[in-house]
Ligand binder design. Structure first.
Ligand SMILES: [Zn+2]
Ligand SMILES: [Zn+2]
Length: 291
């Protein structure tokens, strides 16, 4: 079992590996530029290669790129939709340069009062066009949403519709965010409900498509549709909820990446908290904290 964090790239790509090592990561996720700006600096191929080599040397794998929050592939605004497509295509190329396993993205929102089906159609079309523009087969990884503000992806059938409408479904994968799922009313905070959710994911998507867990506790209530990540075991999913999740046999070979709030000290606490919940027999070895 591999555990990691979303690691900040503030100060440049060369800062990512040291931050990941300090946090005892064996997998990680990152942005390739500021998540709240459209503009981004070019990536230097040399620097990218060095980055990939450092990760390999530390056995930190796989690593994922998360697309910026500004994207809205389901937008009815033609200009924003096109901008999102172009950005996503470029993100696929950047992720490939960084030797990442794929690009994680949110499925956008059709806006207040819009039809969900239209939003899904626009989202699926955006993925097709971005794929063609990028000319790479690197996976796009669709993340479930909490469902606030008409966001697409708060139900398994909505995500399945996007995959179903894709011209390149073999290059689409799925990320399960536990906080989003909980807030959207998926009952994964107890074993019986978790079994059901995982079974539905498998029957809908097949056994290979779920490739990443975003392991976040939720400060927001069950089915509240509010997206508030919280520290592992201290939110509404809670310690027992997370114990069931981290020990579930179906999830054993899937990387867990935390996107919990706070400082480096909070990250270290969350890493300890999640490790403590894993049964001794399957607890992964703790990697060294120094480069
Ligand atoms: Zn997430
Ligand atoms: Zn979130």
């Amino acid at each position: 079992m591999r555990l990691g964090f979303h690691i900040s790239i503030a100060g440049g790509i060369s800062k990512v590996v040291p931050r990941a090592v300090q946090r005892r990561c064996t997998t990680l996720q990152m942005f390739t530029s500021s998540p709240v700006q459209w503009q981004r600096p070019l990536l230097e191929p040399d620097e990218c290669q060095q980055f990939a080599e450092q990760l390999a040397a530390r056995d930190i794998r796989p690593h994922f790129v998360h697309a910026v929050y500004l994207l809205n592939i389901a937008s009815p605004d033609r200009q924003l939709w096109q901008r999102s497509v172009d950005h996503l295509a470029e993100e696929l190329r950047r992720a490939e340069l960084l030797a990442a396993a794929g690009v994680v993205l949110h499925l956008g929102s059709g806006g207040a009062g819009g039809s969900v089906n239209d939003a899904i159609n626009r989202g699926a079309r955006a993925l097709n066009v971005a794929r063609e523009q990028a000319e790479t087969s690197l996976p796009l990884i669709l993340e479930n949403s909490a469902g606030a503000g008409n966001t697409v992806g708060s139900t398994i059938p909505q995500i399945a519709d996007i995959v179903g409408q894709s011209q390149y479904p073999e290059h689409l994968q799925v990320c399960l965010d536990t906080a989003h799922a909980f807030a959207a009313g998926w009952p994964l905070h107890h074993r019986e409900g978790l079994d059901k959710v995982l079974e539905e994911l498998d029957t809908t998507f097949g056994p290979q498509r779920l490739v990443l867990i975003h392991a976040n506790d939720s400060r927001a209530a069950f089915a509240s549709r509010v997206d508030r990540h919280w520290h592992i075991g201290q939110g509404k999913i809670g310690r027992e909820g997370f114990r069931a999740i981290v020990n579930h046999p179906r999830l054993r070979d899937i990387p867990f990446i935390m996107e919990t709030p706070g400082t480096e000290a909070d990250d270290l606490r969350n890493m300890r908290a999640i490790r403590r919940l894993i049964n001794k027999e399957i607890q992964p070895p703790l990697p060294p904290a120094r480069l």
